[in-house]
Design a binder for this molecule. Structure first.
Ligand SMILES: [Mn+2]
Length: 354
């Protein structure tokens, strides 16, 4: 039985083998996915028969413990060491990730006697199909995020600042997560029309929308969720806008079956919002994949030709934002199964007036 790393590596190599003999992988999340190594610097070289991780002194011992591949130590210059190995293996065509830095690209170009083949998001496109273990990690991250939120929820009331809510929630997440996937967003009143507001010393007031967007991490895997509340008293217009966003979220999730195009899921949310003349107030994508990165494939936007398949995990997060008035966003995570879609987020999305 091949272990999970062997399975992943084979999938990746199969995608580049027709154009090159070897693949140099520089993205650290991709390296973690393929080898298990959790450090912040290393480079992988993959050939049909070899699977090397180049590591310096800082991570050498850690890499030996964590990694599913052969470790090659380099002292001063990774490019010299890789260059030597590539010559020994007589590699002529070498694939590299287009996401590497320009500096790295120049080093490859100047030092290696190979033809360089650019590869666009090969590992990322394997990563978008989650294994059972990865789904469990994400579900665990969701539990952490939801519990942290429920322990913070009593603070969401008139007179409390955005900052106190955000910091409290972040601290509770950090009790169980090694890292935050992104800084918590608490956007109240007029701040809530800015989709990626962070927080301020603004105190929550009666009649405010309050958008809270947060996530957690478990075993390297992230989750992402958003809920919107109203403080004390809701106007008819606020209730109407909330209902539209809630329905857009529900309709988009219903559209999430296997074999649909990602842009059809986006359209399910966007068309509903357009029907109520708020099309211009929903300027971002409907969703994005989540895994080792907080934003990954598949993209759920109006252009995305991605065919949705079982194992994909992504967010559904329509919103309406009106400058000077406020905004609403409701974000869930879903996993696509053979014949169904399962909502991973457990929190209620009924309007709550706090
Ligand atoms: Mn999101």
């Amino acid at each position: 039985m091949a272990n999970k790393y062997e399975v992943r590596v084979k999938k990746v190599f199969d995608k580049i083998s027709s154009s090159s003999e070897a693949f140099l992988i520089t993205n650290m999340k991709n390296i973690r996915y393929l080898t298990g190594f959790k450090g912040s610097f290393g480079i992988v070289l993959l050939t049909e028969k070899n699977f090397f991780l180049f590591i310096d002194f800082r991570y050498f011992e850690q890499a030996k413990k964590e990694s599913a591949c052969e470790i090659i130590f380099f002292k001063d210059s990774w490019i010299e060491t890789i260059s030597r190995v590539i010559e020994e293996l007589q590699i002529k065509k070498l694939s590299f990730e287009v996401t590497c830095t320009y500096d790295t690209f120049l080093k490859l170009k100047e030092s290696l006697k190979v033809e360089l083949i650019p590869q666009h998001y090969v590992v990322e496109n394997v990563r978008k199909f989650k294994e059972i273990e990865e789904i469990k990690n994400i579900q665990e991250a969701i539990k952490i995020a939801e519990n942290a939120f429920l322990e913070t929820k009593e603070l969401i009331r008139e007179g409390v600042t955005e900052k106190i809510i955000a910091k409290t929630l972040e601290n509770k997440i950090k009790e169980y997560s090694d890292t935050l996937p992104f800084p918590v967003i608490v956007a109240s009143g007029e701040n809530s029309s800015m989709p990626h507001w962070r927080y301020s010393d603004r105190k929550l007031k009666k009649g405010d929308f309050v958008i809270i967007d947060w996530g957690a991490e478990y075993n390297g895997y992230f989750c992402d969720m958003t809920r919107t509340f109203i403080i004390k008293e809701a106007s008819e217009k606020q209730k109407e806008i909330y209902k539209i966003v809630q329905n857009a979220n529900i309709q988009a999730i219903k559209a999430c079956g296997s074999d649909t195009l990602a842009k059809e899921i986006d359209a399910a949310a966007r068309n509903l919002i357009k029907q109520f003349d708020y099309g211009d107030n929903f300027g971002h994508a409907t969703g994005h994949g989540v895994g080792l990165d907080i934003h990954e494939f598949p993209k759920i936007n109006a252009q995305s030709e991605e065919i949705i398949k079982p194992g994909m995990i992504f967010t559904i997060e329509p919103g309406i934002y009106i400058e000077g008035f406020g905004g609403v966003r409701i974000e869930d995570m879903v996993v696509v199964k053979e014949n169904s879609v399962e909502i991973l987020t457990n929190l209620s999305k009924e309007l709550e007036i706090l």
